[in-house]
Design a protein around this ligand. Structure first.
Ligand code: ATP
Length: 288
């Protein structure tokens, strides 16, 4: 088996006023990859192309070792998908959905489904139309996890959940990938969630991937220098990733904060959160 469960290579998609521009990234087996980017950056388009829901113009997508699209649709059995919103008919109950899905998925495990319904406190016989938004999301996640997918793809799926439920859900995701045979690609605007669970972060900005990095590398090595104009002018620009001017100070993103700390002893260099990194790339200037 391939060491990557999803490989997106040089994918291009053009809409009237938007281009997904040679997007490439990989989801290693056993990992959680967080896809981040501003509204309209191209996250859903990328995910939809990876799921063969939107046609790409160039590039290749390989899911679980199979290049898609292809004639065999078996790969869909092994991919669980949760969008922000529900795909099930609103008149159905969780019990009825379980019955429908059990005939659609060879690997459907009703015991697993029942366990998730209980864990997420979802009534079996309540109609979906009477569910809250968060309950609908939980139902979609329960259903997606109950056909034993090897790859779970979540497009902004957890944003409707309250902080306690989101935290519980992150534990569910961590459990899911623990055996190294399961992997997750999740897009989210809640970057603190990704800080908790993601192994890798892929940042897409205006249709281009501008960062694809291990989360630990970002958290431990990336830094933000906050300085005045004189120090900013003196900084080695070849080592700067992005920068912006805020009022009277400059914020500068660097990949190796320890090196800068040694070189510029008087500079204030803070750790960079994923939000900081996103903000600097999106609102600032990219240096290289
Ligand atoms: N079917 C379509 N026809 C035309 N333009 C589209 C279509 N689908 C998406 N787009 C455009 O592609 C761009 C990227 O949209 P996409 O939904 O991929 O962004 P996103 O990163 O998921 O944003 P958000 O965080 O707001 O969900 C947007 O400019 C959007 O208007």
């Amino acid at each position: 088996m391939n060491e990557y469960v999803l490989e997106v290579n040089d994918v291009v998609k053009r809409y009237l006023d938007f281009t997904l521009d040679k997007v490439s990234f990989k989801v290693p087996k056993g990992s959680i990859v967080g896809l981040i980017g501003e509204n309209g950056a191209g996250k859903s388009t990328t995910i939809n192309i990876a799921l063969d829901l939107v046609r790409k113009e160039q590039g290749t997508v390989t899911v679980l070792g199979q290049e898609i699209p292809n004639e065999a649709h078996h790969w869909k059995e092994d991919v669980g998908v949760v969008f922000d919103g529900i795909n099930f008919h609103e008149a159905l109950t969780p019990l009825e959905i379980g019955k429908i899905l059990s005939s659609g998925y060879k690997q459907w495990d009703d015991k697993v489904y029942q366990n998730y319904l209980a864990k997420f406190q979802l009534a079996q016989n309540k109609r979906i139309k009477d569910f809250s938004k968060g309950m609908k999301t939980k139902l979609c996640i329960a259903a997606a996890l109950s056909h034993d997918p090897k790859l779970l793809i979540l497009d902004e799926a957890t944003s409707g959940l309250d902080p306690v439920m989101r935290d519980d859900m992150l534990d569910v995701f961590l459990d899911f990938v623990q055996d190294e045979n399961h992997s997750i690609l999740m897009s989210s605007h809640i970057t603190t969630d990704l800080e908790k669970v993601a192994d890798y972060i892929v940042l897409i900005h205006q249709g281009k991937i501008i960062l694809s990095q291990s989360k630990d590398e970002l958290i431990y090595n990336y830094g933000i220098i906050r300085c005045g104009a004189a120090l900013f002018e003196a900084l080695d620009k070849s080592e700067i990733l992005a920068y912006r001017k805020c009022d009277f100070q400059w914020e500068v993103l660097v990949a190796d904060k320890a090196k800068f700390k040694k070189q510029y002893r008087d500079a204030v260099i803070d750790n960079a959160s994923i939000d900081d990194i996103l903000l600097l790339y999106v609102k600032g200037e990219q240096a290289k």
